[in-house]
Write a protein that binds this ligand. Structure first.
Ligand code: GDP
Length: 453
């Protein structure tokens, strides 16, 4: 296989930039652009060893560098790997990569290092997918869940089910194929017990999927309320910045301001909308229309009310538009005297939180309430978790076949017919972990990675 190279650090100036090279000639190619300060050659270097020196291009020292060598099979890809760290100015990193390519490496495709790790058996497909998830993780729980998958927790629970299925399948096949041999028949209740175990395991994986997706992908959230209730102030409290303009002139937030914020273990994709009220101003009216549309589309609404003023028609309209939606009533300005009829709000919403955005009070309660409402408050992010719809689909198909086999067993159909269903379930799980995935699926998974990963 060819020796590949790419920049593995981000596409921006940084303290250090890393060029990763993987393949049979990785160390030789690194050696040809690098001069060790002790004049030794990298070829003599064992795995997990580093050398300090310089990048030399066309006989000229270009930058200081450290080269780290990994020897096959003890590397990320399973091949020989050299990682060259230079100063992270884009030019120095790019020139080093160019020199490495000139010395015989070929540019790595998207996700090619991880793909090679998969092909060389360093990780299965669920672990490879978790690498992409770790890179894109924004929330703490998402990162923990992805890392747990990388450590193989998902593979382990899938493989436990798979082992049981393959075990019954081979016993049944032997018994069906060699009736004359002394192979003890699989007891019906043993078979049912095993299938019940597989069913329970798969069901538990699937039941956690939705919560996991909430954690992974974040929640589209809208902050809504009439002008001046404190929407922008709440946005600022959540973001800790001043992206939303806070002002006491009504209707200043005319369009929608968007921001991703971390609230406890989850990420909210926040939209701060225009104040909801009747207006003669065309621009403002377009903003208000967008605000109602945003409420309709949102997964979660933070409906803000002003406790220091009586409820208005706009407030009541907002209450109505939240009905049937996942919504939290946020009653703001608790530092002022309460003049609002909060009982109406308490009646209309299951979740009500009192805050003072001005004094930065109530964020903890809001976090607790939102996480509780989304069902992620007691979420165990270290438990095995299906990461995407591909994995979910295979798990669902496997479960369907296991249930079919259970029904078949209850009806007393023949073992060879049941075995077909068990094999189908096993096949789905083999596809899930990648032991049986076809090349197209594998290519499509790695094409979503960035170059250098
Ligand atoms: P929006 O129009 O709903 O986005 O409201 P803003 O966030 O712009 O706030 C409107 C006014 O209310 C500003 O003058 C804020 O300083 C003030 N305000 C916001 N939150 C609070 C609060 O908790 N207490 C008090 N006393 N004033 C607040």
């Amino acid at each position: 296989m060819s020796t590949i190279a790419a920049i593995s650090t981000g596409n921006a100036p940084g303290g250090i930039g890393v060029i990763r090279i993987s393949g049979d000639n990785a160390v030789k190619i690194a050696d040809s652009v690098f001069e060790c300060s002790d004049k030794s050659s990298l070829a003599e270097l064992g795995g997990y060893r580093a050398k300090y020196g310089h990048i030399v291009i066309d006989g000229e020292q270009q930058d200081d560098a450290v080269v780290l060598v990994f020897r096959s099979p003890r590397s990320y890809t399973g091949e020989d790997v050299a990682e060259i760290s230079v100063h992270g100015g884009m030019l120095s990193v790019q020139k080093t990569l160019d020199a490495v390519l000139k010395a015989g490496a070929v540019p790595a495709g998207a996700g090619e290092f991880t793909k090679r790790a998969f092909i060389n058996g360093k990780m299965d497909l669920t672990q490879a997918e978790s690498v992409a998830d770790i890179i894109s993780a924004q929330g703490e729980a998402e990162l923990r869940a992805s890392y747990s998958a990388l450590q193989g927790r998902l593979s382990k629970s899938i493989n436990a089910v798979l082992e049981k299925l393959l075990d019954v399948s081979s016993t049944m096949a032997a018994w069906v194929d060699y009736p004359d041999e002394e192979i003890p028949e699989l007891e019906q209740n043993e078979l049912v017990k095993t299938l019940e175990f597989c069913k329970a395991e798969l069901e538990s994986l699937l039941s956690n999927y939705d919560k996991g997706q909430t954690i992974r992908t974040g929640v589209d959230t809208v902050i809504a309320g009439r002008p001046n209730v404190g929407k922008s102030s709440l946005m600022n409290m959540l973001t800790g910045t001043d992206k939303s303009i806070v002002t006491h002139i009504e209707g200043t937030t005319r369009d929608i301001v968007e921001e991703n914020v971390r609230l406890g273990s989850i990420v909210l994709h926040l939209k701060d909308t225009a104040g909801l009220r009747e207006s003669g101003d065309i621009v403002e009216n377009i903003g208000i229309e967008k605000a109602y549309k945003a409420i309709e589309d949102a997964q979660l609404v933070l409906a803000v009310f002003d406790s220091s003023a009586g409820l208005t028609d706009e407030d009541r309209k907002l209450i109505d538009s939240c009905s049937g939606k996942l919504a939290v009533a946020v009653i703001n300005k608790t530092d002022l005297e309460n003049k609002a009829d909060t009982a109406i709000i308490e009646n209309a919403f299951d979740s009500v939180v009192y805050i003072s955005a001005k004094n930065d009070e109530g964020l903890d309660r809001l976090e607790e309430t939102v996480c509780g409402l989304l069902g992620v408050a007691d979420f165990d992010s270290t438990a095995p978790l299906l990461a995407n719809s591909r994995q979910k689909q295979h798990c669902e198909n496997a479960l369907a076949s296991v249930c079919e086999a259970l029904d078949g067993a209850a009806l007393g159909i023949t073992y060879d017919a049941i075995n077909v269903m068990i094999d189908a379930a096993a096949d789905e799980l083999l596809s899930l972990t990648g032991k049986k995935a076809n090349a197209e699926v594998v290519n499509s998974i790695f094409s979503k990675f960035c170059v250098g990963k």
